[in-house]
Design a protein around this ligand. Sequence first.
Ligand code: ATP
Length: 323
Amino acid sequence: MKRIAVLTSGGDAPGMNAAIRAVVRAGIASGLEVWGVRRGFAGLVAGSFVPLGARDVGGIIQRGGTILGSARCEDFKKEATRLEAVRALNQNDIDALVVIGGNGSQSGSYALSEMGVKVVGVASTIDNDLYGSDITIGVDTALNIALEAIDRLKVTASSHQRAFLVEVMGRKCGYLALMAGIAGGAEAVVIPEVETDPEVIAEEIRLAYQRGKPHAIIVVAEGAEYNAAALERYFEKHRERLGFDLRVTTLGHVQRGGEPSAADRILATRLGAAAVEQLLEGNFGVLVGWIKGDIATTPLKDVVSKTKPLDLSLLKLANVLAK
Ligand code: ATP
C-alpha cells in the first residue's frame, strides 16, 4: 500500500477536520502518501483529488466543518456512478480509501467495498445513529451546543413564565434530544423511538405550571412524529390549558457549526489514526468506531444492516427527574 485517499461525506460534524488531520499525519508517519477527496462521493466520482501533506492539515484540529467539503450525492446509490468512482481511484493510483461519515456514507463505503475497493469507514455523525460506535464524532459538540441553548432559553423562559419547545437535530434518532433533555433538566422529551401523545405533553406542561415552575422546557427531536411545529399546532388549540405562554425554538444547523469539543477532537484523532492502522493491517470493509471505551472495528455489512438501540431507561429517568 502506497497511496491512500480520505473523504468526508454526508452532514458535516465537528471533529471531521481532526479526523482528516489524523489520517494524513498517521498515514505519512507510516510511509504512505495521502490524498484528500473534495466534496465527498461527488468529488470521488469527479476525480477531485488533492495531495495532502502534514502542513496542509496544520491549524485545523480546532475548526468545525470539514476542509475537504462534504456533499450528498444521491447518484452514488447507482452502480454506474460508483463505477466512475472506482475508475477515478484507479486512474489516480489510490490503493485504499478512508470514508469519514455517518449511516448513509457508510452505505456508500460498503457498496464500494463490495466492488473491490479497499475501504475503511470512520464513525462520524452528530446524530449518533450509527451501528458500530457507541458515540460518533460530532455528537459531544452538538450536544453541548444544544445544552447551551437550552440553558439560555431557561433563563428567558423563567423571566416570562414561558414554556419552550426546543427542537434539536438527530434525524430519526432521539439520542441528542434525550441527552440534551437530561443534561438540560427538561420538563419533557419527545423522541421518534417512543410514540408520543401530545395530550400527555400538554398535561406535563400544565402540571409543571401548577407546581409553580417558572418555566417548562420540552426538548423535541426533529424526527419525532410530533416535532416542534406539529406540537405547536396541537397546543395552539389548547393554549389556555397549558398555563404557560408558549414559544418555539428550532436549533437546526447551529448545532453543527461549533468548534469541536476536547472529547470530539480526541475521538476523531484516535479513530482517524486507527483507520490508517486498519488499512496497513489489511483489514478492509470495516468501520472504525468506539465501543465500550475503546477502539473497535465492525464489518460494514453489519453497520449498514443493523440499528443501534437507544437506551430508553434514560427516558424514564428524564421523566422522573422532571417532576
Ligand atoms: P448524517 O446522517 O450525519 O447527515 P450520513 O452519512 O448518514 O450523515 P447521508 O446524506 O445519509 O449522510 O449519506 C451521505 C451520502 O452517502 C449520500 O449523499 C450518498 O452519496 C451516499 N449514500 C447514502 N446511502 C447510500 C447507499 N445506499 N448506497 C450508496 N451510497 C449511499
